[in-house]
Design a protein around this ligand. Sequence first.
Ligand SMILES: NC(=O)c1ccc[n+]([C@@H]2O[C@H](COP(=O)([O-])OP(=O)(O)OC[C@H]3O[C@@H](n4cnc5c(N)ncnc54)[C@H](OP(=O)(O)O)[C@@H]3O)[C@@H](O)[C@H]2O)c1
Length: 226
Amino acid sequence: MRPYVIINAAMSADGKISTKEHRQTKISGDQDFARVDRLRADCDAVMVGIGTILADDSSLRLKNPDLIAERTAAGKTEQPMRVVIDSRARMPPDGDMFKKGTGQRVIFVAETAPPDRVAALAEKATVISAGTDKVDLTLVLDKLGEMGVKKLMVEGGATLLWSFTSQKLFDEIRIYVGALIIGGTDAPTFVDGSGFTRAEGFTRLALKNVEKIDDGLLITWHKKEE
Ligand SMILES: NC(=O)c1ccc[n+]([C@@H]2O[C@H](COP(=O)([O-])OP(=O)(O)OC[C@H]3O[C@@H](n4cnc5c(N)ncnc54)[C@H](OP(=O)(O)O)[C@@H]3O)[C@@H](O)[C@H]2O)c1
């Protein structure tokens, strides 16, 4: 069975998730960081696209020692499985995701990924081929389901979130809207990609909750069933 998919991201009041140089930036505050760590701890796997790794060298790890202890006390691994979507196996083998924290790392690549890069990554992670030229997210979700992932957190970035939302492969979206304007035509928004035309129609959402956290808002949406 496919996992329950929660998309979680932080954006500025103008919808940007990083700067025009694609540099990670602090959008939320301590209370929201704690919420995100809690969500990571509650999930079986966390996922990003390779663009996020190349921009931020994200480790994707759960940081709070109390949450790590809580997971192990419940018989879980210290860290949720860490997953990267990376058609061409561009993941740097010396990236922080490999250096920090324990547990399984999984890289999904396409069948056409260069074999030497796949072999180098296979020394550090479980590398799974899913899709011909580009990673096929439906295959990814099926595979993660087979691997025992029941709840998946997708953290971004903008291109991966376009695929998840346009293909309606999510259950929930949690967006933290921070009290700042970042601006810039070239700054990634919550979702980029090719976008819909009016004729194609849009991905519709159902509002579930709005909560004030720090000096911003956490908005929870569910996928609207059509
Ligand atoms: N504020 C936040 O909450 C937050 C969270 C995460 C990231 N970010 C920001 O987001 C930015 C990165 O976003 P991004 O759009 O450049 O990169 P991204 O969404 O992280 O990764 C996109 C890449 O994933 C690969 N990919 C493989 N299969 C795919 C598929 N089926 N659908 C979509 N992508 C697929 C593609 O590269 P290949 O073709 O080479 O595989 C694609 O270019 C950074 O600036 C980062 O700081 C912000």
